[in-house]
Design a protein around this ligand. Sequence first.
Ligand code: HEM
Ligand code: MG
Length: 231
Amino acid sequence: DTHQWVAPTSTDVRSPCPGLNTLANHGYLPRDGRNISVPMILDAALEAFNVDPDGLVVAAKFGLLSGNAPTTLDLDALALHSLIEHDASLSRGDFALGDNLRFNETFFMTLANANPGADNYNTTSAGQVMHDRLAISLATNPSITNTPKEFALRTIESSLYLSVMGNPLTGIAPKEFVQIFFREERMPIEEGWTRPTTSITRATLNALGAVIAANANWTATQECEPLVLGP
Ligand code: HEM
Ligand code: MG
């Protein structure tokens, strides 16, 4: 089957994004991680995860700025700090602390251990995890960047893992699925996961994001320019 999970080889490149890496590991994106266009990303995310293009097109276009090719990107280039990549990630270290690209279980522990006693993560736990990951970065990284831009990205990323691994309307996602998605960058099909039947759109992501953001109890430590990302 062409969408079997295969671990990346030593010459394949991967990104700081578990979503794009999972798509490449299953062959929805080129397995080498290179020369990927915006339509390739949008088609892959729709086919594999039922994410509507309207939820990803801005991020995908933004990603093109990570390299010099006019219409394609390479996954590893997405580690470019402060393009999309930001501090206080769920599963990677901060740029100034060393490796902002590869999965790291130490940083992932906050999310892994969230919502104790339950089998699921939800919008409450996701907000708490965002708060706790930021507190760790503020305490350990003197070079942290924490403006409304980073908070907006972090919020939509939390909406995304709850949506693609769980229910895009309730934001409830089985812990086992979320952990496999981050740790192995694999679709947990053998474990019982199926493609969401609800279309994941900009609207559903923002609806979950509003609840997650409220639970993150966030304050800016720096400001940024207004972000104009479309009409
Ligand atoms: C980070 C999910 C599409 C670029 C993340 C994170 C999640 C996620 C959960 C947070 C990782 C962490 O905090 O450790 C997804 C899903 C997608 C998707 C499910 C689609 C199915 C995209 C697209 C782009 C993108 C289209 C741009 C081309 C990134 C980058 C990061 C990231 C650069 C790193 C941010 C950071 O944590 O520093 N994504 N994403 N993603 N995503 Fe995606
Ligand atoms: Mg990061």
